[in-house]
Design a protein around this ligand. Structure first.
Ligand code: NAP
Length: 267
């Protein structure tokens, strides 16, 4: 898909990867970009940059875990700015914590944003795309959606789930002329991972690299866009030598002894 003249809705657009995708779409002359996240002030800043690059920006401050508000806002956005050609489900949260110290509220918040929030937005937009018989949906998973790692169990679970969800939708929505793609970045330098204990030898990529890889991937009808050499290597390793890869992941994992985890942040 070429972006020129298209309308896109991007969740998680206030920061990090979603913000970089919004700016890259503006560079690609996307006509309208609907920006979704909770922080209206940050969204307004992104909107100003998008408009300076020549695209129209629409700010939609929303908490994706509030299904009724999302329902009303999407109906309104579609009526006033639709049809939406491209939905990028990028909003997400993660808690890095050793499993034995994990707490139910963390898991619940990851599930409500990464899965239920994504489901809510996808259902609302896909039904309208189906009526128009055109559209493209991109769900942001992760390298951790292919290869799970210690301290990331519940986050990995949501990202694995996004892959399954996307695979099912890809077949189911194809007769409606709606494409579904999954984006799988490796560790990316954003707010999300700033306080993480990183895996040894893992080099972060930039949100801009992820955004450029997405634009390139959208030009081909590929089911999965792998971003970063580490994702390519891990996916290949998982296919060819899963036991060896599991050992490597274990070996490179951050070691959590006594109070190494920043519990203040996650509890
Ligand atoms: N960083 C990485 O290493 C990495 C690697 C692979 C995949 N990913 C995935 O990439 C996506 C973006 O991550 P990021 O690294 O850019 O993280 P980030 O910098 O923390 O940004 C997360 C975005 O999601 C929005 N968001 C969070 N909860 C929300 C909610 N309830 N309702 C609406 N918006 C919400 C945030 O905006 P507000 O706070 O303003 O709501 C923000 O715009 C996530 O799905 C993540 O899992 C990240």
């Amino acid at each position: 898909m070429h972006l020129q003249g298209k309308t896109a809705l991007i969740t998680g657009a206030s920061r990090g990867i979603g913000r970089a995708i919004a700016l890259e779409f503006a560079h690609q002359q996307c006509d309208r970009i609907i920006l979704v996240a909770r922080n209206a002030a940050l969204l307004n800043e992104v909107a100003a940059t998008v408009e300076a690059l020549g695209s129209r920006a629409i700010v939609l401050p929303l908490d994706l875990t509030q299904a009724i508000a999302v329902n009303v806002a999407v109906a309104h956005a579609w009526r006033n700015h639709g049809p939406i050609d491209l939905l990028i489900n990028c909003a997400g949260i993660s808690h890095q914590v050793p499993f034995l110290q994990s707490r139910l509220p963390h898991v619940q918040s990851e599930i409500s944003t990464n899965l239920v929030g994504l489901y809510t937005m996808t259902r609302l937009v896909a039904r309208r795309m189906a009526a128009y018989r055109r559209g493209h949906i991109v769900n942001v998973s992760s390298l951790m959606g292919k290869v799970a790692a210690p301290t990331m169990a519940t986050y990995s679970a949501t990202k694995f789930a996004i892959l399954g969800f996307s695979q099912a939708l890809r077949g189911e929505l194809a007769p409606h002329n709606i494409q579904v793609t999954t984006l799988l970045p490796s560790l990316t330098d954003t707010d999300m991972v700033r306080d993480f204990h990183w895996f040894r030898f893992v080099q972060p990529i930039t949100p801009e690299q992820v955004a450029k890889a997405l634009v390139k991937g959208l030009r081909s009808d590929t089911a999965e866009i792998l971003v970063g050499w580490q994702t390519h290597l891990a996916v290949l390793g998982n296919r060819l030598a899963p036991n060896l890869l599991a050992r490597v992941v274990q070996w490179t994992s951050p070691s959590f002894r006594s109070n190494l985890v920043r519990l203040k942040k996650t509890f």
